[in-house]
Design a binder for this molecule. Structure first.
Ligand code: 5AD
Ligand code: SF4
Length: 435
């Protein structure tokens, strides 16, 4: 019997990339008869879905595909996809001539085409995929990622994404609702809406479309009966108006965890970043959110050592952290990116200073997390179980996004159950099911 063709895929970067990979997997399995493998050596096709948001993962790409080239079975193809593919285009094939094709982050639907076109480079960032009906594939049967927009219209001066994913186009609401309904009916009770700037939803559609903003979309998705939970990422602090916060607070299906990417606590640096809000606006929104939703958990992204960041500017970031007490922080040292204005700014900060600031920020935040631990023990929360863990444990997330594991087995998978936290850690906790 002839064995089917197999592909191996590695995904770097954000949740959008995870969903793009799912889309490619769907196209390959439903239209090309491929099967996924975890074993690189038996793959007929090797894909890497890349991220270019910082320099490190880009450097890693070339060593990684070098290894793929050494280990691949004879005749296996190698494709480089995603944001670095968009950004470097054919340069990838120049630097690594063994690469068979390059597929940009906004060209995912062309995966079956490039597969059959030697040395294809498809990286058009104006390409419109907002109405493309991808085949179906989901990594988790319990949670469904659903894209709500592609691209990003913001011009944050540090960010390469507008150059890798192009201008923002919203996906028609009826397609989003249809996809969410289908996923929920087949068991994915949690819908995770994805976009670079979700609360800017509805500014531009690729054709005629009735008016709809993000708040309206949240309502429409949560009206689907089978949907139990709605999450989303990433919202922009600038667009967190009162109407949006009210919907977030009052809609029982919306999970009470909010990502509020601060980037910097200094109004002057925020201005240089072209973020569009001030320190005061950010604090005002965060305070209001905590008032309206006492159980909310707030996560954030912070960049330290942006060009021109003085000690005082950095202290402003530390100050916002003290005041908001974020439950989770993703923190990064500024990384100059090609095609972005900030790479040419004066007063670039040394790596040493950047590392020191990052360390200070992370150490202080860890101390805060340690303080939060004692407040958590004894709390009872609703946990939606998604994953079996070794040692007879099962893990899931609380409504406000705490990762909690309890002793338990398959029968809890896909169910939402009340759990008491018995032991709290910094990023994950242990609990017991409340009878
Ligand atoms: N340097 C460091 N961090 C960056 N991010 C985006 N661009 C850069 C950069 N040039 C961070 C931001 C963003 C997150 C996804 O990555 O904090 O919110
Ligand atoms: Fe995601 Fe941005 Fe990385 Fe692209 S560059 S994968 S959009 S984080």
């Amino acid at each position: 019997m002839r064995m089917g063709k197999k592909f191996y895929i590695e995904t770097l970067g954000c949740a959008m990339n995870v969903r793009d990979s799912e889309h490619m997997i769907a196209e390959l399995t439903t239209k090309e008869g491929y099967e996924q493998t975890e074993n690189l050596k038996e793959a007929d096709l090797i894909l890497i879905n890349t991220c270019s948001v910082r320099e490190k993962p880009v450097n890693k790409l070339f060593s990684e595909i070098g290894l793929f080239n050494k280990r691949r079975k004879e005749g296996a193809k190698i494709g480089v996809c995603g944001c670095t593919a968009s950004h470097l285009g054919e340069e990838i094939i120049k630097r690594a001539p063994f690469v068979d094709f390059v597929l940009g982050a906004r060209n995912v639907s062309k995966i079956t085409e490039v597969l059959h076109t030697p040395k294809a480079v498809e990286v058009d960032i104006d390409y419109d995929e907002s109405r493309y009906a991808f085949g179906e594939f989901r990594t988790s049967p319990y949670k469904a990622y659903v894209n709500i927009s592609i691209g990003c219209d913001k011009q944050c001066t540090f960010c390469i994404v507008p150059h890798t994913r192009g201008d923002e186009v919203s996906i028609p609401a009826e397609l989003i609702v249809q996809e969410a309904r289908k996923a929920a009916q087949s068991g994915a009770r949690e819908i995770f809406l994805l976009g670079q700037n979700v609360n800017n939803y509805g500014r531009r559609f690729s054709g005629e479309h009735p008016k709809m903003n993000f708040t309206g979309l949240l309502r429409a998705v949560s009206e689907i009966e089978e949907v139990e939970r709605v999450r989303f990422t990433s919202p922009h602090p600038l667009h967190m108006d009162d109407e949006f916060l009210k919907e977030f607070a009052e809609n029982p299906k919306i999970c009470k965890s909010m990502h509020m990417p601060l980037q910097s606590g200094s109004t002057q640096i925020l201005k240089a970043m072209k973020r569009g809000y001030t320190k005061e606006w950010f604090l005002d929104r965060a305070v209001k959110l905590r008032e309206m939703v006492p159980d909310v958990s707030i996560s954030t992204d912070i960049i330290v050592a942006f060009p021109g960041e003085s000690e005082e500017d950095f202290e402003e970031t530390m100050d916002v952290m003290e005041r908001v007490r974020f439950e989770q922080i993703f923190s990064f040292k500024y990384s100059p990116r090609p095609l972005t204005p900030a790479q040419d700014y004066e007063h670039q900060i040394s790596d040493e200073v950047g590392s020191m600031r990052l360390k200070r920020l992370q150490e202080r935040h860890n101390a805060m997390l340690d303080e939060m631990k004692s407040e958590r023990v004894g709390k009872i929360c609703d946990v939606y179980f998604e994953e079996l863990r070794p040692g007879g444990m099962i893990a899931g997330r609380s409504d406000n996004n705490m990762l909690i594991s309890v002793p338990g087995s398959e029968e809890l998978l896909g169910k939402t159950v009340k759990v008491r936290i018995t032991e709290a850690g910094r990023t994950s906790h242990r609990g017991e099911v409340v009878a």
